[in-house]
Ligand binder design. Structure first.
Ligand SMILES: N[C@@H](CCC(=O)N[C@@H](CS)C(=O)NCC(=O)O)C(=O)O
Length: 360
């Protein structure tokens, strides 16, 4: 069977990931600068669509989500929890939307909040809806029979001038977009529907009071340098911008490796599965199959260089069905490699590494 190999730079950097030193990082940066100081840079003059993602300084900046209302159990809330009232739109490919799909399942909300899944292909018109026959794993929009996700944004606000992102949490009763920020949607799912879910899900929380400060603290740097870090490296259109983000990303992976080594396990905070694990999972599960090659996050691989993260990842995927059942490698791999033509002009999806995730 095909297996991936140790990264070329491993001899410079990895005897053990936790021992990665600043000096080694700078050696990597120095060598790559020397390699790239010549004519290779001129290819950057070709300005493709990717510059819609990155600014002229070469930096990708994620725009804040536009709709931030809350479903709440508080009396008189504008959006109270109700069975069948809300509809969740996701992409199996998108790490942010993936968080919401996991929590929806873990909290037993499948019979309470319906789900639509867009096609993995993101084109000029944004996310589109396909039938499962056209694209396995996708669904139509049963609420409005839209062709594209953008139609929902314009229905909400005809003047919408932001991007058309998933996830989208839609209120069928008032025909409005409640929220399109995954970190907030998972908080709503975590507790606001507890009066409606089966008894076994009531009180199950991924944001326990005793750990909130620690979770918030970890989320903050993981969001910036890992979840969003892979995009900042991958969408960068200047060499030095890419290098700075990819090095920061791998420093954070080292930090996570240390946290897991010190944790009593199997999670980031010992034996308590929290939203910090869920938010990290959706990036790490995509790391080896996509981010290593497509976003050039290739200083190392999870499976080869991060034994603790690798163990943690396989535990979530193989032991907790809600993680595996919401992980669609076909959508993930095809979306990135066939939608970002500025990065991958021929849209060839690499076969490896095989397997997508290693066995337990
Ligand atoms: N802050 C948002 C980010 C969502 C996001 O960026 N989604 C991407 C997919 S991974 C998207 O829909 N992009 C489409 C576009 O920007 O056109 C969240 O966490 O919910």
């Amino acid at each position: 069977m095909l297996r991936s190999h140790r990264p070329v730079l491993s001899s410079l950097y990895y005897s053990s990931p936790s021992r990665g030193s600043q000096i080694a990082y700078y050696r990597i940066v120095l060598i790559s600068r020397q390699l790239l100081s010549g004519s290779a840079m001129s290819s950057q003059q070709k300005q493709g669509e990717i510059l819609k993602w990155a600014s002229t300084d070469g930096e990708f900046r994620r725009r804040p989500s536009s709709y931030r209302s809350f479903i709440s159990r508080e009396p008189g809330a504008q959006y109270p929890p109700e069975k069948g009232r809300y509809h969740l739109y996701i992409s199996w490919a998108c790490p942010w939307a993936h968080r919401t799909a996991i929590v929806r399942k873990l909290k037993g909300l499948e019979g309470i909040i319906d789900l639509s899944v867009v096609d993995w292909y993101l084109g000029e018109m944004g996310w589109k809806f396909s039938t499962p026959e056209e694209t396995p794993g996708s669904t139509i929009d049963p609420v409005h029979n839209s062709s594209y996700l953008r139609e929902l944004y314009f229905r909400m606000n005809p003047g919408h001038d932001g991007r058309f992102t998933v996830p989208v949490l839609w209120d069928k009763k008032t025909d409005t977009l409640v929220n399109n920020e995954s970190s907030e949607i998972i908080r709503m799912f975590n507790e606001e529907f507890d009066d409606l879910v089966d008894d076994k899900f009531k009180g199950v929380t991924f944001y326990p009071k005793s750990l909130r400060k620690d979770i918030d603290e970890l989320n903050e740097w993981v969001y910036d340098t890992v979840n969003n870090g892979v995009y900042k490296a991958g969408f960068a259109t200047k060499q030095e911008v890419y290098e700075s983000h990819v090095v920061t990303l791998f420093k954070s992976l080292d930090r996570l490796e240390d946290i897991l080594a010190k944790s009593t396990g199997p999670y980031l905070f010992g034996d308590v599965l929290t939203e910090a694990d869920i938010r990290l999972y959706t990036t790490i599960i995509r790391f080896d199959p996509v981010y290593v090659q497509h976003f050039k996050c290739n200083i190392g691989m999870i499976r080869q260089n991060y034994p603790q993260l690798h163990k943690w990842l396989r535990h979530l995927y193989w032991e907790i069905p809600e993680f595996k059942d919401t992980t669609n490698f076909e959508h993930i791999k095809k979306h990135y490699t066939k939608s970002h033509r500025q990065i991958n002009p021929f849209g060839i999806t690499p076969v490896g590494p095989l397997p997508d995730i290693e066995p337990k």
